[in-house]
Design a protein around this ligand. Structure first.
Ligand code: ADP
Ligand code: ZN
Length: 732
């Protein structure tokens, strides 16, 4: 053992992916160097895992390194910056997650921890081959076009249609020599003066204000509010330009992967190069290279989904959160966090500005801006004076659709007129598939998921019944599985496939495109379809949420919302706000290029405040009322909320543990605990669910309260699991 204590000279603290609330201790050998921020590989039980070296806890007792397991390897990677380490710690404490699980989100690209090896390549030496075969001639002709160019073996073989053995033969004869090609940057450097726009009116003032804020390089939050098409993107590009000019890295968060591509292209027009993309759909190799080049500082701008917030930037100087109100920023899995809020925290810890952009900000953000806690910049008009669409409600009680249909005569007429003008219509319904419920007319049997409390949604194109919670699917049977009657199954309610069918029956010659996230072909196909629509290759577009966001369809002048009331009924405290945001966004797709446009909202409650706000366009009044309601109900930002979601294999276990948790809730005069109550979606993936809601004053330290409550309660046993959701968005 003498040897061991000589070799293991130091104890260090490392975050590993476990539920432990504190880092683990490991021994560092004399030949290894690592400090806070270093990325290492360590043994954990029988496995090897990635870990992140952090400062020792101030009250940690010294441990003899001889008693510890050794760090296997210290990666050749720039250390994670101190502000990022503080960010990891902050997120862990705020969300009541294990710091190792937060660190895990940073360490998602293990293959990028070592530098990219240079690619082996070949280059022509000028020597001619001894004997010219047909294949060899093709290779030589190709090379002659650009004699200095470096090729990979397979690249050259592919380009000339020969096998690599032909290339290898030539290399043996000295026609090529082998070289190392250095790793190429994944994107070129953006040039802030590449495509400077001519900003007009308010745009100029707002852009100047943002650029000045960025140049200060200290923490601030700005709400950039402006109707769809007012030039928010155009304007925050100027803030990005200012950050690039200062040599800073920039992160742009976008809510939807499908939006990234459009954004990359637009960014390219402005800066002559694309930003690096970051989302779950990236090819592994691209992902690994982006991660590496971000941490090496080679990549200056990243545009990505919420997980991009955990990229190891070295020199971040600006974060932009586009569509800041979007629910997609909330992660509800393992670590429950809102990327919008955490972006503000990250900027605060790093000491630089963050810009939140939206046409319909969240009530929280709007309130902060009005109270002067955030800077507030507004663009009140559409660019080029393009008029916003004229919005009208269609009262479905007075103008009902034909029997069996869902589209009212008024909407059909508007589509007809749009078609006649050679312009495009959009029908929006936030529901995938053909019908949300299938039942048997003979016995009343409803098709439900066997794992979830949810109806199975018919997808007629795929001939399947699908659960939208767990993905379970089955063939549509010919007879009822309950009573055996044939031909008595009926589809109840519409999904977009059914709306497409109805539309086709009215407009058999129209070119119709149906867009939803479950379309086969993924993001690529979606992009092609979007491009086709933008080019005018469709007359009628039928889509879900996906089409509501960010796309510019120049010829789209009519938007019809099939069911405007859909989001209002679900008992969510944010239902009104969300519906307002979604409907504003969807109708905002119309009239982007100045043509006269309309938005028609099919509703059974035209008098509802949300419909009134949309139609009158009086946003300020709507927000005022929402803020007022929140204040009276002590809802955020006038109160604090946290949910505990208790799930288990049996209903009894889940309920019992929920009761035990409730029993452990400390008495506090500023906190109210509600539940346990069976969750509205009582079962998901075979697990029974209960919820507890903790509601506190704005000044309540809700984390401390939850920690105490969970600490006092018995540990979850057996199949029981407790998830903690601070600032919940979903109550299902
Ligand atoms: P928003 O982000 O607010 O929806 P955009 O920045 O996308 O608005 O602008 C809407 C459209 O108007 C885009 O096609 C954009 O290129 C164009 N646009 C806005 N401002 C200008 C400008 N100053 N010069 C040229 N085009 C502009
Ligand atoms: Zn299911």
């Amino acid at each position: 053992m003498v040897n061991d204590s000589i070799n293991k000279i130091k104890t260090i603290s490392i975050l590993v992916p476990t539920p432990s609330p504190v880092p683990y201790s490991y021994a560092l050998r004399a030949d290894q160097t690592a400090g806070p921020g270093s990325i290492v590989q360590v043994p954990l039980g029988p496995r090897q895992v990635s870990g992140l070296v952090v400062e020792d806890l101030p009250d940690a007792k010294p441990i003899d390194p001889a008693k510890l397991r050794e760090v296997t390897q210290v990666f050749d990677c720039p250390p994670i910056t101190p502000d990022m380490l503080r960010f990891i710690d902050w997120v862990a404490k705020y969300t009541l997650s294990a710091p190792g699980m937060v660190a895990r989100m940073v360490l998602r690209s293990p293959t990028a921890f070592d530098p990219e090896p240079p690619t082996k390549g070949i280059v022509a030496t000028g020597t001619q081959p001894e004997r010219l075969t047909d294949a060899r001639r093709r290779v030589m002709e190709q090379v002659a076009e650009e004699p200095q160019m470096a090729w990979t073996r397979s690249g050259l073989a592919h380009a000339t249609g020969v096998t690599t053995s032909v290339i290898d033969g030539l290399t043996k004869q000295n026609v090529f020599s082998e070289i190392e090609i250095p790793a190429r940057p994944i994107v070129a450097k953006p040039d802030p003066s590449f495509g400077e726009p001519e900003l007009i009116g308010d745009q100029r003032d707002v852009a100047e204000g943002l650029a000045a804020t960025v140049s200060e390089q200290k923490f601030s939050v700005t709400l950039l509010e402006g109707v769809t098409g007012s030039g928010k993107t155009e304007v925050y590009f100027e803030a990005i330009a200012a950050a690039i000019n200062q040599g800073k890295q920039v992160l742009v968060l976008l809510p939807e992967i499908a939006l990234t591509q459009v954004f990359l292209e637009r960014f390219h027009d402005r800066f002559g190069a694309e930003p690096a993309p970051w989302h779950s759909d990236l090819a592994p190799r691209t992902r690994e290279r982006v991660w590496r080049q971000v941490t090496e500082g080679q990549v200056q701008v990243v545009a990505g989904a919420r997980s991009a917030l955990y990229l190891p930037f070295q020199n971040l100087g600006l974060i932009i959160v586009d569509e800041e109100h979007d629910a997609a920023y909330k992660q509800e899995d393992r670590v429950f966090y809102n990327a919008r809020d955490m972006a503000v925290v990250r900027a605060h810890l790093g000491g630089y500005p963050v810009i939140l952009a939206s046409a319909t900000p969240s009530v929280e953000t709007r309130h902060n801006a009005q109270e002067g806690r955030y800077k507030y910049e507004r663009l009140d008009r559409r660019y080029a004076d393009a008029a916003l669409p004229t919005l009208k409600a269609i009262d479905m009680r007075k103008s009902p659709p034909q029997r069996g249909g869902f589209i009212s005569p008024a909407l059909i007429e508007a589509m007809q007129e749009t078609l006649e003008r050679g312009e495009q219509s959009l029908l929006f319904l936030n529901r995938r598939g053909y019908a949300p419920l299938t039942l048997c007319r003979a016995c009343g049997h409803r098709f439900e998921c066997s794992n979830c409390s949810a109806w199975l949604v018919e997808h007629r194109f795929r001939k399947q019944l699908v659960c939208h919670h767990c993905g379970h699917n089955e063939h549509v049977p010919e007879s009822c599985p309950e009573c055996g009657t044939f031909d008595h199954l009926v589809a109840c309610g519409p999904g977009i496939e059914r709306i497409a069918e109805e539309t086709l029956s009215h407009f058999p010659d129209a070119r119709i495109i149906v867009l939803s996230s479950d379309m086969t072909g993924g993001v690529k196909r979606l992009r092609l379809e979007m491009d086709a629509i933008a080019k005018g290759e469709a007359d009628i577009v039928i889509g879900t949420q996906l089409v509501a966001k960010g796309h510019n369809f120049p010829n789209m002048t009519m938007v019809g919302v099939v069911d405007s009331d859909l989001g209002l009924a679900n008992g969510d405290p944010r239902a009104a706000e969300r519906t307002f945001q979604l409907l504003s966004q969807v109708t905002g797709r119309a009239g982007r290029t100045g043509k006269k446009s309309i938005g028609l909202l099919q509703t059974f409650q035209p008098e509802h405040p949300v419909m009134q706000a949309i139609i009158s366009g009086d946003m300020d009044a709507f927000y005022e009322k929402q803020i007022d309601e929140r204040e009276r109900g002590k809802m955020p930002p006038f109160g604090r909320l946290a949910s505990l979601i208790i799930s288990a294999a049996t209903r009894l276990e889940a309920e019992q543990h929920g009761r035990a948790l409730r029993g452990a809730a400390p008495i506090a005069k500023d906190v109210m605990v509600l539940g346990p109550a069976e969750a509205p979606i009582a079962m998901v993936r075979g697990r029974h669910r209960f919820r507890i809601l903790v509601h506190g004053d704005p000044r309540t330290n809700i984390q401390a309260y939850l920690r105490e409550m969970i600490g006092k309660a018995p540990r979850p046993r057996g199949s029981v699991k407790v998830q903690i959701d601070v600032d919940p968005q979903s109550f299902l």
